[in-house]
Write a protein that binds this ligand. Structure first.
Ligand SMILES: *Cc1c(COP(=O)(O)O)cnc(C)c1O
Length: 366
């Protein structure tokens, strides 16, 4: 398969579907949504969302109004929820696109009801209510929740599809904190009329049914990231980033490599310049830290990452596998996504969402 670009991003759609099904199996008494914010974690929502729909997913979460409207054009009938609840003055637009807001403040509830009243007088409006149980990000506080529930004029016009909370530490061993969030959630949601719940993100789903709720919201696990780092990754690999070798350097004297000369190559050595750089989303922090892979051989990244190129040491790779145009795995293949993230000092989420539009994406079915 020849690509014109030297950077090639392969997204395995069968692995995506397998991961979706594996998550559904882990949460057998929940509906299983998909979180497709940030362009489906960088992988292309236009392809990812319809594939998940076909796999049986009916509920999709995005972060912003624009993402919701873009998704509505792709999925005319699915439920679409927007985490930010719609910034002020966009409620009408979102309502017309049948987007369901995740509401986190009393003012937000009032704004949506004003618009809904104008558009469809007397009708209830479908919403999710988010409760802050320890993340200290979006969500009703206890005080705000008590205010809302006391306002019967507001309450009687809400149709609460789900009451939701978000776990702050589900991907860490800090199970006590997470259990505390669930306890708090159960306490606070009782202030509202009974409604189905939505709790687990990827990490929460793996913790078991107590941390899932009636609607689970996996993101990273769908895309092959490890939902509980430090343990074996149960998800299939979805993303494979490869770069082509542009030039090979036989090192026969000591030389400095790359900007700032942060690596010294000593003879005998062989280096390969690869056409992927930080502008493609291969983070600059991976300079002198990351590694690629050719076949079964690891090839350490040497020197700094440039905008469009990086250099790997290929001294230990058999001759026949190193040639101009040969592909080097940089994420996926021989290089686990979570390992690259670790080496870059970040998480798989950031690695995926930084993948650049310059990369040529190829979607494959195995
Ligand atoms: C991003 C997000 C998710 C998905 O989280 P993952 O860890 O990727 O599974 C779920 N819920 C909320 C509120 C989010 O912001």
């Amino acid at each position: 398969m020849i690509s014109i670009n030297s950077g090639l991003l392969t997204v395995n759609l069968d692995a995506l579907v397998a991961n979706y099904q594996a998550i559904c199996d882990l949460a057998p008494s929940s509906r299983c949504a998909a979180v497709v914010k940030a362009n489906a974690y960088g992988l292309g929502v236009e392809t990812i969302a319809p594939v998940l729909l076909k796999a049986g997913c009916q509920d999709f979460f995005v972060a912003t109004g624009n993402e919701a409207i873009q998704l509505r054009a792709l999925l005319p009938t699915a439920s679409i929820y927007v985490f930010d609840g719609g910034v002020p003055d966009t409620e009408m637009e979102l309502l017309r696109h049948r987007v369901t807001p995740v509401l986190s403040t009393p003012d937000q509830v009032e704004r949506w009801l004003d618009v809904a009243n104008h558009e469809r007088p007397g009708k209830k409006i479908a919403v999710l209510i988010q409760i802050d149980t320890g993340m200290t990000r979006l969500g009703f506080s206890e005080h705000e929740l008590r205010y809302l529930t006391a306002r019967s004029d507001l309450m009687e016009r809400l149709k609460i599809d789900y009451v939701m909370t978000h776990l702050a530490s589900a991907d860490t061993p800090d199970i006590e904190f997470t259990t505390g969030q669930i306890r708090r959630f159960d306490e606070l949601r009782r202030l509202l009329p009974p409604a189905p719940t939505s709790i687990g993100n990827s990490g929460g789903i793996l913790l078991g049914s107590e941390f899932q709720g009636d609607l689970v919201r996996p993101g990273i696990a769908l895309y092959g990231g490890n939902p509980s780092p430090g343990t074996e990754n149960r998800m299939q690999e979805v993303v494979h980033l490869q770069g082509r070798i542009l030039q090979i350097k036989e090192i026969d004297q000591m030389v400095r490599v790359g900007y700032g000369g942060t690596h010294i190559a000593c003879p005998p050595a062989r280096l390969a310049v690869v056409g992927i750089g930080y502008a493609d989303g291969y983070l600059r922090s991976l300079g002198n830290r990351g590694f690629g892979c050719i076949g079964d051989n690891q090839t350490p990244v040497v020197g700094r990452i440039s905008m469009d190129m990086l250099t790997v040491d290929v001294s230990n790779v058999p001759n026949g596998q190193v040639y101009e145009g040969a592909l080097v795995d940089l994420i996926g293949g021989g290089v686990a996504l979570d390992t690259t993230a670790d080496l870059a000092g970040t998480i798989s989420y950031e690695i995926l969402t930084r993948l650049s539009s310059r990369l040529q994406i190829r979607y494959k079915r195995t």
